[in-house]
Ligand binder design. Structure first.
Ligand SMILES: *Cc1c(COP(=O)(O)O)cnc(C)c1O
Length: 396
């Protein structure tokens, strides 16, 4: 997955364009910039590649989620349903617009279980946020049907699955809004950055203004712009955008490399009857950023994870114990350790999360995710495959 493995001459050339004219900001300064509008260019390229009408780039994936939520008019006390397995950014973005993250069980897709989502809906629910963790997606048609029935926003967090598809549509483009992260360890990196895609002019217009203090960007004179509504600063710099342009151009070769490496590892592991794999919903195609596997029980998964490490197989994660990605270690959220006072409504809403999530625990306890790198040679992947088989067999 990490796009930084492919950082090279193409990225440097794009960055050099920006350095040559010295305009590091995306708005204004037109006479100095020699026609270079890197953030704008990245938006055009992203919308084209993702087959959506609009794209908005911002300063991070967390900012993308925040701006997307704000664009859908999600605010104080509204509830957003999100999975127990994700990156902490999901609940941070929800809290930052004043809304309440409501945790919900996952299933064998390793993201939102539509049946559990239905039971989590209340009159305050405004949006459902599936997170396409580790290269594969939620059952989007089932979630979309629930959203249609209850008049909810479907916001896809595709930060870890750029390039995957569902129903022949790029992940992120199926729901009302989709978000990507271009942080340093993602499939495409800008150093730091994020993107929002949508087919809604209304959401795109709002996102465009919201990420730049609510400015309307009418005319060339920033001083003369008006502010139709409140916003913040989530702008992406031209330097970061320049890196992203070169990285996005490589996306399809990156995906092909991921698929090739993934397939070699998967094929080898399929020979072990005790190993099974994450369910990819019908009509879904993974981005192959990770290979996600299940062992028959938690004990075996823990032992297999240790054995992989002992056999020198790096970059395999046992998320169940991880403090960034699984709810059990989010004590700051569960214990409401906010620096500033949270509103009573948010405090009460968050109390819903203080319960057990047995289905999530059952799946995550058995899961190991292995990062697929781009820089491996074929020989390295083959060697890795046999080491993985050896490691896992040693604990069975
Ligand atoms: C990385 C990530 C984010 C946040 O992206 P940043 O660019 O690091 O802010 C959000 N959601 C998921 C699933 C991620 O993996």
């Amino acid at each position: 997955m990490p796009g930084f493995e492919l950082f090279g001459a193409e990225e440097k050339k794009e960055v050099q364009d920006v350095l040559d004219n010295g305009v590091l900001m995306r708005y204004g300064f037109d006479p100095m910039r020699n026609g270079h509008h890197k953030a704008l260019e990245l938006e055009k390229d992203l919308a084209k590649r993702m087959q959506t009408k609009y794209a908005q780039v911002v300063s991070s994936g967390t900012a993308a989620l925040t701006v997307a939520l704000a664009s859908a008019e999600i605010g104080s006390g509204d509830e957003v349903i999100m999975p127990t397995f994700t990156f902490v950014a999901s609940f941070e973005a929800i809290l930052s617009v004043g809304a309440v993250p409501v945790l919900c069980d996952i299933d064998d897709t390793l993201t939102l279980d539509p049946k559990a989502v239905e039971t989590a809906i209340t009159p305050k629910t405004k949006a459902i946020m599936p997170v396409h963790m580790c290269g594969s997606m939620a059952d989007l048609s089932a979630l979309k049907a629930i959203c249609d029935q209850h008049n909810l926003i479907l916001l896809e967090d595709a930060c870890q699955a750029i390039g995957g598809t569902y129903d022949n549509k790029p992940l992120g483009s199926y729901g009302d809004l989709g978000c990507f992260s271009f942080d340093y360890v993602k499939t495409i990196t800008c150093g730091e950055g994020g993107g929002i895609i949508t087919n809604s002019k209304k959401f795109a217009d709002r996102a465009h203004k919201y990420q730049d203090h609510g400015h309307d960007h009418v005319g060339n004179d920033r001083g003369a712009e008006t502010h139709p509504f409140l916003g913040y600063n989530y702008r992406l710099s031209e330097l970061n955008a320049a890196v992203g342009i070169a990285q996005l151009r490589k996306l399809d070769t990156t995906l092909a490399t991921q698929e090739k490496n993934y397939s070699i590892l998967r094929h080898a592991l399929e020979a072990i009857p005790e190993v099974t794999f994450r369910r990819v919903p019908e009509t879904g195609v993974e981005s192959y950023a990770f290979l996600n596997l299940f062992l028959p029980n938690e004990n075996l998964a823990r032992n297999a994870h240790k054995a992989l490490g002992a056999h020198g197989v790096d970059a395999c994660f046992y998320w169940f114990d991880n403090n960034w990605h699984y709810y059990k270690k989010w004590e700051h959220l569960l214990e409401q350790k906010s620096l500033g006072r949270l509103s009573e409504e948010v405090q009460n809403g968050l109390k819903k999360n203080n319960r057990s999530f047995e289905a999530s625990d059952a799946w995550m306890g058995r899961t190991i995710s292995c990062l697929i790198k781009l820089s491996w040679t074929e020989e390295e992947v083959n060697k890795r495959a046999s080491k993985m088989v050896e490691a896992i067999k040693s604990v069975l």
